[in-house]
Ligand binder design. Sequence first.
Ligand code: GRF
Length: 224
Amino acid sequence: MTAPEASASRRRAAVLISGRGSNLAALIDACARPDAAAEIALVISNRPDAAGIAHARAAGVAAEIIDHRRFGARDLFERSLNAVLEAHEIDLVCLAGFMRVLSSWFTERWRDRLLNIHPSLLPAFPGLDTHRRALGAGVRFSGCTVHFVRAEVDAGPIIVQGVVAVRPDDTPETLAARVLEAEHRCYPLALALVASGRAWVQDGKVVLEGASAPSGLWINPLPD
Ligand code: GRF
């Protein structure tokens, strides 16, 4: 069978992981569609024991381990990362549970071609322990954000957000599980928008073309 014509112009995406890799799996599934604007061409893990590597292998995607502990300094690790991405002719990089902070050398090199997903409605709750902090603040809604990466942690122009309602009996674990479902829908959407040229950065914000916003009002708790 010949490959669909669209594949010739697909953007080559790499996914960087450190652990479970459920967002990686969602991206691989979405990009397996014949009309996908991106293909997952490479997976890189900085941890040799990352469970997510199995998703890459099962899907026949090239997987590389670049163990940050082998490098004496951050810049050497990042230069190695960059060299592997370039060797695989990668166009777009998706951070998906990648637990290394990247320097401005790297984020500028990949400016507007580097995406991240964070499990909160940024700019609220950047950093770690997100769900516990969201519950501690008593917010009624939480969610996830896919954004272009800048040197500041969990900051940068927002591409897609997904919202979930917080329930009175939520624990960090139950909230995380619901947000994760949102993540698995938002990340493939964001990658598709960027890879197809329908999302780009202008004046520090993402402009979307041919994408419509939902209508409606969400109130939590539901009014009587
Ligand atoms: C996700 O919650 C993501 O938002 C955060 O790290 C987690 C990674 O999960 N950055 P997985 O490895 O994709 O399952």
